[in-house]
Design a protein around this ligand. Sequence first.
Ligand code: FES
Ligand SMILES: [Fe+2]
Length: 327
Amino acid sequence: MSRGFPYTPYPNGWFRVADSDEVEAGSIRAVQYFGKQLVVFRGEDGIAHVLDAYCAHLGAHLGVGGEVVGNTIKCPFHAWRYDGDGNCVEVPYARKIPPRAKVHAWTMCEKNGMILVWHHAEGKPPSFEIPDVPEWGSQEWSPPQRRSFKVRAHCQEMAENVVDDAHFKFVHQVHSMPQSTAEIDGHIFRVVSISKVGTPRGETEGRIEIASHGLGFGLTRFTGVVEMLVVISGAPIDEEYSETTLRFMVKKLANEEATRGVGKAFIAEIERQFGQDIPIWENKIHLTRPALCDGDGPIALLRKWARQFYSETPAEPALERPGQDPL
Ligand code: FES
Ligand SMILES: [Fe+2]
């Protein structure tokens, strides 16, 4: 079900598969991403690992009844144990471990309170890293509040939304259309968006800076009236559904109550907008040759940037719109 999307639903890059606090030491979490069953487990040493879920012996699901033993995961069926690299380290009733006793271990990193895996269609190693978010854990910022959404759309459709200036007016009823400028900085797509924001003291300019590190991780910083940050992470669940998790943080104001109030309004507004986008995303098709106009944001540039995250050769023709570089 590609709905016109010319690429795989599983782009290359870093994608979040769990939050750190969902996987305590000695515990296992079964998840589904990239159309696969995976297990995330944390050894007694505190190090997290991500493995394909099915045991190499007879295919039991390691996350259903399995347990963490030391720094290994034990299969619930015949008690074979695997280390964090997916190697079988014990078959309790055999003298020799069969050479095929191995499950795929994902390249992962744990940063900013989340566990991410590197996905690459050709199995190539990471070509970039996820940055540390300086606001994360800072005393000057409110602790993150999390919201997750499961949407029947390709993750790139959602990425396109941030540079789609016109939809802010017509989908979100934002009274003035933001003006976005964007640039490709290697694997990072940077957007600066200026919009008018109404405040009790009149209209002021709000500035939004977005840095997308591939299609699975992004940072959106709001400045102007108050400073706010949304850490966006996501992953394709299967060929139809994607998951997006937003973490909201607010730079603390003079008093706690004001910070809480701003945070609450901020989350409510983004949730409202996300809710408005969902029916569009879930029912649209992807046009490889859209009829873009000069008032549209840098959608074509985003598509040009996003191409680097697909292993397959693009089949689509070049795309142009007035005043913008062709793809
Ligand atoms: S299926 Fe896992 S040990 Fe047999
Ligand atoms: Fe939107």
